[in-house]
Design a binder for this molecule. Structure first.
Ligand code: ATP
Ligand code: MG
Length: 581
């Protein structure tokens, strides 16, 4: 491609709304363009990189036995009502009506559609196992679209679905996808970590997230350096403190004026926060969006409540619960803002963290303004509707597997794999007949990759202050020839010869033949992050060029032939990715 003829609009200024490197650089290079909040288009260079990522995914999915199909974004509500997710998915589901008032949504994911396909097309065990996938545009009306491609409302996903006759088959399909994901992200040049994950609104029992390590990532992961435990913080189990063998002391109400926080009451009474009980109050909503009762959750004073574990314990979707207005809640349940404890609380679901029953003589709110209770003991003074792990595994806490101190890292969730089991096949009636003509629900798995988010994640891991540094496997072009003086006939001829020769040998090459100052050309080449730069300047008369890798600082003078050979070799070695820098 000759840059003088190309559509390329790079920006000198950093767009103000862009906060993280990938968002800033993808806008500055002109690779993506914003239409409205959370909705982006892809300009020529951006489209090329996107296609490279899609092709890596396609090759590895095909190699793993997947078959590509393409389903529509528009999905009828009936299928979602059948699976129960028309309600469970909540406000992120982008709903619309046709002119006759019939309900539809723009697919945020396609479990229902793929289950519908197999319930119509698969009838026998002979057709199993099967893996179908697509690379397709998804819609999620995110509450806070941000960071460009990272969290958008329209984005491209690869979603695959596996269909097996039993759990053992699913385990094998899951393993194959897990390994394909490792190859895909390695080929894209990402440093990543697979971690155990919660299965969220998709449902199912077993799941891993693939997390590209990055400071700007929204996923927090807890991992252990001693064993191989790694999980999202949402998911990570937390070991209970050992049960105390203290004697239970008599319950005692104490005056604690103005101590509405754990720290304040602990300080006022001279206690460790570990000797206190923290209350968190919520209101629940039913499917019609009406208030549907209150929830009080209790954890040890120094712990944080884990919302994912709480909604899983209550078996409700995340959007069906929010923090309660304690003043409004007072009459119904007896709670008192800042002074709520389990004793005296009524008419609400009480959820207590699993370690709390083992702790003795805790200090909790007295459900009375400016008062706390000392020596509150589970079993003697109150009981709970649910007792289970609802606490966050904090950094430094013992690893739930081996006990070593846990570390935290941040990352970008680029993919997730789930064992769905028979959730969709049973609710939607996808059965196969075995050898004895007996019916069984098809056992399913589903596997997503955020294609556009992966593009952003690659930029997060591969950039410097001057711009992007694309790995060769996903670069929009492999080589840029910077022609210093297009009006100089010798230079133009040499550059043209290199351009043709590289193209002939399968290298994707840009010729920067614009009538711009060399400084501008170098800046753009660095910003765009083209992996190899060949500069054709004064040396052209003697058959010399300057060769530079975007990722390295040094430049080398070479003959034209050497330059061509080095570029071809480097591209051949790295075009399929997976090469460590
Ligand atoms: P998140 O927790 O980040 O909201 P998710 O777990 O809801 O994502 P999945 O349902 O697992 O997402 O979707 C599969 C993949 O699609 C994710 O791993 C992610 O890479 C990508 N993805 C999900 N939501 C978005 C979004 N709003 N913008 C871009 N990519 C997304
Ligand atoms: Mg996910």
């Amino acid at each position: 491609m000759k840059l003088s003829k190309a559509h390329l609009k790079t920006l000198r200024e950093v767009p103000t709304e862009a906060e993280i490197p990938s968002h800033i650089l993808l806008l500055r290079t002109g690779m993506i363009r914003k239409l409205v909040s959370g909705v982006y288009g892809f300009m020529p260079m951006g489209r090329r990189t996107l296609a490279k990522i899609e092709n890596i995914i396609r090759e590895e999915m095909d190699a793993a036995g997947g078959q590509e199909i393409l389903m529509s974004a528009v999905q009828p509500a009936e299928l979602w009502q059948e699976s129960g997710r028309w309600y469970a998915y909540g406000p992120e589901l982008w709903r619309l009506k046709d002119r006759n008032g019939r309900d539809f949504c723009l697919g945020p994911t396609h479990e229902e559609i793929f289950t519908d396909i197999v319930r119509n097309d698969i009838s026998s065990y002979r057709q199993l196992p099967m893996n179908l996938y697509q690379i397709q545009t998804k819609y999620r009306d995110e509450a806070r679209p941000r960071f460009g491609l990272m969290r958008s409302r329209e984005f491209i996903m690869k979603d695959a679905y596996s269909f097996d006759r039993d759990e053992a088959g699913l385990d094998e399909s899951y393993r194959i996808m897990y390994e394909a994901y490792e190859k895909i992200f390695t080929r894209c040049g990402l440093v990543f970590r697979p971690v155990e994950a919660d299965s969220g609104a998709i449902g199912g029992s077993n799941s891993h997230e693939f997390t590209a390590l990055s400071e700007v990532g929204e996923s927090e992961i807890a991992y252990c350096e001693k064993c191989d435990m790694a999980a999202t913080v949402e998911r990570a189990a937390c070991t209970d403190a050992p049960a105390s063998d203290e004697e239970m002391l008599p319950l005692e109400e104490v005056y604690t004026p103005g101590t509405t926080t754990i720290d304040a009451v602990a300080e006022y009474l001279g206690l460790d926060t570990k000797q206190t009980l923290k209350a968190l109050l919520f209101v629940k909503y039913n499917e019609q969006g009406e208030e549907d009762g209150y929830v009080a959750a209790f954890v040890r004073g120094d712990r944080e409540l884990n919302m994912t574990k709480l909604v899983n314990a209550l078996d409700i979707p995340e959007h069906a619960i929010e923090f309660a207005d304690e003043e409004r809640m007072h009459e119904a349940t007896g709670c008192v803002g800042g002074f709520t404890g389990p004793v005296g609380l009524h008419d609400c679901t009480i959820v207590v963290d699993s370690e709390v029953p083992g702790l003795k003589n805790l200090c909790a709110g007295a459900c009375k303004k400016d008062h706390h209770m000392k020596n509150v003991n589970y079993g003697r003074d109150y009981e709970a509707d649910i007792v289970t792990d609802i606490k966050v595994l904090a950094e430094g806490e013992p690893c739930p597997v081996c006990g070593a101190p846990v570390k935290y890292a941040r990352g970008i969730e680029v993919g997730q794999v789930f064992k769905l089991g028979t959730k969709y096949s049973e609710s939607m009636g996808a059965y196969y007949k075995d050898e004895n003509m007996e019916n069984h629900p098809i056992v399913m798995g589903c596997y997503g990759i955020g294609v556009t988010r992966t593009m952003a994640a690659v930029v997060e891991q591969h950039h410097d202050e001057n711009g992007i540094i694309w790995p060769i496997s996903v670069a929009p072009y492999h080589v840029i020839i910077t022609l210093m003086k297009p009006e100089d006939e010798t230079q133009a001829a040499v550059a043209g010869r290199i351009y043709e020769e590289l193209r002939r040998r399968g290298v994707e090459v840009i010729l920067d033949d614009r009538k711009e100052r060399p400084g501008v050309k170098f800046k753009d080449a660095d910003l765009l992050g083209i992996p190899i730069r060949i500069t054709v300047g004064r040396g052209a008369a003697d058959g010399m060029i300057e060769y530079k890798m975007r990722r390295d600082a040094d430049r080398t003078d070479m003959t034209v032939e050497e330059g061509i050979e080095t570029a071809v070799k480097t591209v051949e070695a790295e075009r399929f990715g997976g090469v460590k820098e």
